[in-house]
Ligand binder design. Sequence first.
Ligand SMILES: Nc1nc2c(c(=O)[nH]1)N[C@H]1C(S)=C(S)[C@@H](COP(=O)(O)OP(=O)(O)OC[C@H]3O[C@@H](n4cnc5c(=O)[nH]c(N)nc54)[C@H](O)[C@@H]3O)O[C@H]1N2
Ligand SMILES: Nc1nc2c(c(=O)[nH]1)N[C@H]1C(S)=C(S)[C@@H](COP(=O)(O)OP(=O)(O)OC[C@H]3O[C@@H](n4cnc5c(=O)[nH]c(N)nc54)[C@H](O)[C@@H]3O)O[C@H]1N2
Ligand SMILES: [Mo]
Length: 767
Amino acid sequence: MGNKTTKRNISALGPTEFTGIQLKEPSTYAAGFTGIKVALQHVFKEMGIAKSLRTLSQMNQKDGFDCPGCAWPDPKEPSKLGEYCENGAKALAEEATNKRLDAAFFAKYSVEELSNWSDYQIGKGGRLTEPMVLKPNSVHYEPISWENAYAILAEELKALNTPDEAIFYTSGRSSNEAAFLYGLFIRAFGTNNMPDCSNMCHESSGVALNETLGIGKGSVKLEDFDSAEVVIVIGQNPGTNHPRMLSALQKCKENGGSIISINPLEEAGLIRFKNPQEINGIVGVGTSLTDIHLQVKINQDVALLKLILKKLAKLDLEDNKVFDHNFIETYTEGYASLLNDLERYKESQLLEICGVPEDLVDKTVAVLATKNKIIICWAMGLTQHKNGVDNIKECVNLLLLKGSLGKAGAGTCPVRGHSNVQGDRTVGIMHHVSKELNKNLEKVFGFKPPEKEGLDTVHGIKAMHEGKVKVFVALGGNFLSAASDTEYTAESLQNCSLTVQISTKLNRSHLVTGKTALILPTLGRSEIDKKEGAGRFVTVENSMGIVHRSKGMLVPASSNLRSEPEIVGGIADAYFGGSHSVDWKNMSTNYDLIRKKIQMVFKGFKNLESKSKGSGFYLPNNVRDLDFSKLPNGKAQFSLCNLAKHALSADEFLLMTIRSHDQFNTTIYGLNDRYRGIYNERRVVLMNEKDMQKYTFKKFDVVDLVSSYEGKERKAEKFMVIPYNIPQGNLAAYFPETNVLVPINHYADKSNTPISKSIVVKLAKRN
Ligand SMILES: Nc1nc2c(c(=O)[nH]1)N[C@H]1C(S)=C(S)[C@@H](COP(=O)(O)OP(=O)(O)OC[C@H]3O[C@@H](n4cnc5c(=O)[nH]c(N)nc54)[C@H](O)[C@@H]3O)O[C@H]1N2
Ligand SMILES: Nc1nc2c(c(=O)[nH]1)N[C@H]1C(S)=C(S)[C@@H](COP(=O)(O)OP(=O)(O)OC[C@H]3O[C@@H](n4cnc5c(=O)[nH]c(N)nc54)[C@H](O)[C@@H]3O)O[C@H]1N2
Ligand SMILES: [Mo]
């Protein structure tokens, strides 16, 4: 069993038993017929056949609902066959399951018992159906009315010494309407303590892009993939995490483009794609995707990129045609110092650090030298390192040198995680203070928002640990398991007097709680949200800045669920008791009114009402317009980035914590990682065969992973060693099981994102 951490005898980590591993060769393609088969198995099992087929046909369609999975955009004309992927289907199955967790379930199982279930078991229980309360000293949740639940929260909030003793977390599935209202209430209440899942995700991208290009979002549109000459996919595994992106990569290839992947692993989804929408994808060989795979060592992307930049600069000296000098002169600042800085590094040194064979680097340089429509896509492989911000700035350097911004077929593409994580930020979920936003809110709503910077995820956890925060509220997500340093975070949550989860499904954050805990069950994306007989819709923003509608179609999991805006409004109304300049009750039921206010507060949302129909509308994006007026001297900025430093001793490895093919973050859909050939087991650690020989490990040897920072040892127990094609000195294992190893005090410079992809560990063999 995992460690016990509390007064209630709760396990923050869950069981460590093995589930029966089977290994096969890693797959050399993604999707295809097996993808369809597995998708349907998942949905049929959870939802039954008729409901599954009816629902899947509405997913990502113009009048339908937005997939609750990732944030990849829909094509202009969604396929009539169904616009969804294997993992979108799994996300739907998880939400629209026919199984239910009712009061009888909670009467039968105590939180102590449930905490010894695996995340997989907990998630498979079914949907939450009614508000529940866990009273002080009790180990069973019991039913409570909505009004009494709101009253408990309102009382606790009123009892605080200052509003900064409360924290309000947001995960990225909430609609724009819910997130806007939530942010409004939090500010009206008086704090900016708004950590969100972005803090653990693309925060490094936001910081890097804001500083270099003046907007924290990507610049490409979906159609840019049709005309891109080169797409670089770096630190991202689209086959599993953004499967619909593979169709965009396929188009790029069909139109003559090249794909370069930079990843310590050779991910199946980047090798070959068998498009399930095409005959060739079902019975044929599909489309080969990656032209060059650069198997970089973990966290040595800056070294590799610098090497590429140096080699390109050398070629440019010969004919002045490799870089876009006109672009550099017109739009950028810092070119000369970038070139000077590159002089500091030796090619041989960079080559050795990044671990990539020189012939492949040269091949890459040859491709890039002659092309100027380049897209760079990235995700967590770049952001979750100490130098996450610099990783991304080095990518921006390359795009600036090549003039690959603000034109068709070129640009930045941070591939977002949750389906509306970008929208939540856009409408105000942010722990930083924006003077402009505060001014607009004051004008529209007649109250003065707080001006003190709020806490992000890492600092929120620390504040709870230090007893400076007493109330924790989460709009979605699974804070305990998603955040770093699981046992420390567990202590933090248990330090609170009240923890509140607004959720669709049970997870470990409902079990590791404050003295009192509330579960407020909410509608999912796929469900009908009705008011006085009429169905309501919400809006979301995808990874490319398009805002569009989403309208559920399924009968809700229980008649006692409330929509997220209604819950937020209910809390606000209970807290203010009618004495506030905002009409919370009316706002929370009338989404048109919320949208009207969003339009008044934020630029770019004009006509949100009419235009969010159909395929939606683009929000403004200064990079697309090559407008850098907000940046120093009105120019896009080159950056000088440092190499990552890891001084490892002989028996230390660098561990990246990644997703299997059968999970959505902390939600475990199943126990297989099909593309990597690992079946029925999650407690595995992937290791290079040469390292196995060197350290005398055999396949299936059982080890503990141990990290040690500032003298404190953290241990993830019982993992099986698996030989895998991964650079020497590097390891990979799945999160959330390995989050216990990530030290709370180690996070990216500037963005504070935990270092989930470069944890220094040792392996201790178990007998
Ligand atoms: N099905 C499914 N879809 C999802 C999710 C999910 O869990 N399941 N999660 C969603 C969310 S919130 C997010 S943020 C995204 C995450 O999407 P990804 O970022 O693709 O997810 P990870 O599994 O964290 O994979 C990171 C990839 O980066 C590589 N990598 C790790 N370290 C390095 C490095 O130092 N350098 C380089 N070049 N590569 C590295 C890994 O080998 C892996 O291929 O997906 C979203 N979509
Ligand atoms: N070690 C390590 N840690 C990581 C990462 C990593 O790569 N490595 N990745 C990080 C990343 S990128 C992210 S984004 C975070 C994710 O962190 P979170 O967003 O906090 O976690 P999720 O697992 O996505 O949250 C799942 C829960 O959300 C609830 N939920 C689902 N749909 C809805 C809905 O529509 N409304 C509401 N109210 N609730 C809903 C369900 O109860 C479900 O159990 O984890 C981070 N943690
Ligand atoms: Mo994420």
